[in-house]
Ligand binder design. Structure first.
Ligand code: SF4
Length: 257
């Protein structure tokens, strides 16, 4: 491993520590059940989270926010219910495809699905229609508590602006960087990180939920927190058109112009 790569890892670790010190636990993903996380991971593609919440509320009110519910609801009704999330025909088909895959391969059991080895399950999810790396990893990490880091557009923007990796870097290269960088954090501070609950909402934090407070291995907890913290930076400071560096907790790490 080159020294430059080690330095990048060190820097990512420093980002984690600085952000966690500033904002604490982020309580991702906001959901009461594993299937709610999965549905949210599909619905959030190409839309804002507010729209996803409307679609999820419709599914909940119709009592179909579950494997059984999606299996039994008609395609047309499902499209109607998730309409607020946009691309509703495509997303309805994809949710149906997921449940069909679950039924065919795992007898409809999420327990069975998530008991598979991470790499095997990741490949299977990536083979489904409409599941790219970000959706697959969101499902693995936030629904299944598998230790994989979720790379999103905010992650790319921050790495690019800090001259760590270009915005167009390969997804797997970014994922590997974060996973290698954060592994020692989980190793050193498992109890503290896993047990700490937020007393206030900072960054991109959500109120504690059944899924956010579920027991998980320290590595998955650290990846969970780091993704939430990165979203907080992206939403509040590192915006696409204008970066508000002066107030950002990552300002001390910004390279000199
Ligand atoms: S807002 Fe500025 S300091 Fe913060 S992450 Fe973006 S580029 Fe870095």
């Amino acid at each position: 491993m080159s020294r430059a790569h080690k330095e990048k890892e060190q820097e990512v670790r420093q980002y984690y520590r600085a952000l966690y010190r500033a904002w604490g636990a982020q309580h991702w993903w906001p959901a009461e059940t594993r299937f709610e996380v999965i549905a949210g991971a599909y619905l959030t593609q190409n839309t804002a989270w507010n729209n996803v919440e409307l679609a999820l509320a419709n599914l909940r009110a119709a009592n179909v926010l579950s494997v059984e519910g999606i299996r039994s609801v008609s395609q047309a009704r499902l499209e109607h219910l998730i309409r607020p999330s946009g691309y509703f025909r495509q997303k309805a088909k994809r949710l149906k495809t997921f449940v069909s895959f679950l039924d065919t391969t795992y007898g409809g059991s999420l327990d069975h699905l998530f008991s598979r080895p991470t790499s095997q399950l990741r490949e299977e999810l990536l083979s489904l229609n409409g599941v790219g790396p970000e959706t697959a990893d969101s499902i693995l990490l936030y629904a299944g508590n598998h230790p994989v880091f979720v790379v999103d557009a905010y992650t790319r923007r921050i790495l690019d602006r800090h001259s760590i990796l270009p915005a167009k870097a390969d997804y797997e290269e970014i994922r590997a960087l974060f996973e290698q960088a954060l592994a020692p954090v989980a190793h050193k501070q498992p109890a503290k990180v896993a047990a700490q609950l937020a007393s206030a909402i900072h960054g991109a934090a959500h109120p504690p939920s059944a899924m956010s407070t579920a027991a998980r291995m320290p590595l998955a907890q650290v990846y969970n927190e780091m993704h939430g913290l990165i979203v907080g930076v992206g939403k509040n400071y590192c915006r696409k058109t204008k970066a508000a560096c002066e107030e950002c907790p990552l300002r001390p790490f910004l390279p000199a112009p």
